[in-house]
Design a protein around this ligand. Sequence first.
Ligand code: PEP
Length: 248
Amino acid sequence: MKRDIIAGNWKMNNNNAQTKELIKQIAPLVKDAKCEVVVCVPFTDLDTARRAIRGTNIKLGAQNVHWAPKGAFTGEISADMLLEQKVEYVIVGHSERRQYFGETDASVNARTKAAIAAGLKVIVCIGELLEERETGKTAEVVIRQINGAMAGIEKADLKKIVVAYEPVWAIGTGRTATPQDANDTIAIIRKAVRKLYGKTAANALRIQYGGSMNAKNASELMAMPEIDGGLIGGASLKAEDFAKVVNY
Ligand code: PEP
């Protein structure tokens, strides 16, 4: 049985003191979660978060990783640097990275490969823009993105990957995909993974939904058969809201 995974994406929010406080508030509320619980914090909060999650069931995540082990890449962080901070998960290819920082399917693939080679687990984000949805291109886009992200990745490494299907029009907008729409698109993604790796591996792959998932809509989204978790932005910044999602 695969275990659902709910991950908070804090984005560029919370200083060290706020990180310590938020984790302190979240921990008792999620201690009995049946799903895996992850918080993906800014790089500068990793050390604080690492200490704060000690003795809890919360796992540590980061929000980006570079593909090179080291070198002249100003502003970037390598997989080994994240491992040194005891990071377990890293988000790659978030739509904000694609939109504002020129992330492409090729760079998402390079970052993913480097992260899994180093021993990290990766949350690979894909999802269509509003215009793509409205012009009937959702399937084409997510298939292109999943094929791009997985290029050259061995079947044995698939267990180190979680895919987050995040329709871009639903991120931070309060607009959620209907559970049926989210389920249908995730089924399309899983079918593409099946073509690459076969049925067993595709069925074992955890695919999250992300996009304005919150305390109110988490349970109906999580009830859908294809949805194996959530990537949570806004609602992960408030302990009670995040805990309600985790305890869907
Ligand atoms: C996200 O940033 O991955 C996300 C899903 O954000 P929100 O929950 O705020 O829509």
